[in-house]
Design a protein around this ligand. Structure first.
Ligand code: Z5A
Length: 213
């Protein structure tokens, strides 16, 4: 996949891993390191993508696994063409709350869809990978308890059973193991302030190493 001027950083993790809690700190650190920062999320991040997100998360919808996967990629293709590629071309740092790894974890691991087909979609409809993926790893029961403590109605995917989220976590772990230079794994079971410190230390180290390369 092609070299580019900017930087694509994704944040991943299971339910209640604390992505939202670290995102702002990461954005501030990237800005302090001199980047124009473009924050986005998946599914979503464009008007069409946000409409797709509403459909995907609506508990009233009964979606086939294939429909779910294709909608995730429809949203992602729109985001990449309209937001990510232009931002990378002008040298910005794009910080995305989830990216394609989530499709491997949720639709591949959780739903059991074929990983090869997901990889084909990644090549065809996306055509790029994050430079750095911050993986917040937390035990499924701990993460679910945190998510429930927010008190909001669970969305369509949050209604899944524990086994679904265990498979999601296992795929994230396997992907991190397979691509250790792209993934930075953080123990997200620690107190929130410690998680943020670990993420920022890892990010600084990664940026320094990249600058020196
Ligand atoms: N999805 C998919 O299936 N396939 C795909 O390709 C993509 C996505 C891209 C929407 O994503 C859903 O889409 C998601 C995956 C699926 N479904 N699920 N389930 P999302 O990222 O928008 O939704 P989410 O994963 O449900 O995000 P979230 O609930 O906002 O989780 P979070 O950002 O990781 O957690 P948080 O809001 O930062 O923290 C949750 C609570 O825990 C909150 O009250 C915090 O104050 C608390 N918290 C956070 N960190 C800590 C620590 N360290 N200690 C104690 N308490 C903490």
């Amino acid at each position: 996949m092609a070299m580019r001027a900017g930087l694509l950083v994704s944040i991943e993790g299971g339910e209640g891993a604390g992505k939202s809690s670290v995102r702002e700190a990461v954005a501030q650190r990237l800005a302090a390191r001199g980047y124009e920062v473009v924050q986005t999320r998946e599914p979503g991040g464009t008007p069409a993508g946000e409409a797709i997100r509403a459909l995907l998360l609506d508990p009233a919808q009964s979606l086939a696994a294939e429909t779910e996967l294709l909608l995730m990629f429809a949203s992602r293709a729109q985001l990449v063409r309209h937001v990510v590629e232009p931002a990378l071309a002008r040298g910005a740092a794009v910080l995305s709350d989830r990216f394609t790894d989530a499709s491997f974890a949720y639709q591949g691991g959780g739903r059991g869809l074929d990983m090869g087909r997901i990889a084909d979609l990644e090549r065809w409809a996306v055509g790029l990978k994050p430079d750095l993926t911050l993986l917040l790893d937390v035990g499924v029961e701990v993460g679910l308890a945190r998510a429930r403590s927010r008190g909001a109605e669970p969305d369509r995917i949050e209604r899944e059973q524990v086994g679904f989220f265990e498979r999601v976590r296992a795929v994230y772990a396997a992907r991190a193991l397979a691509e250790p230079r792209r993934f930075l794994c953080i123990d997200a079971g620690a107190p929130a302030a410690d998680v943020v410190s670990a993420v920022l230390a890892g990010l600084d180290h990664w940026l320094d190493a990249r600058g020196a390369a």
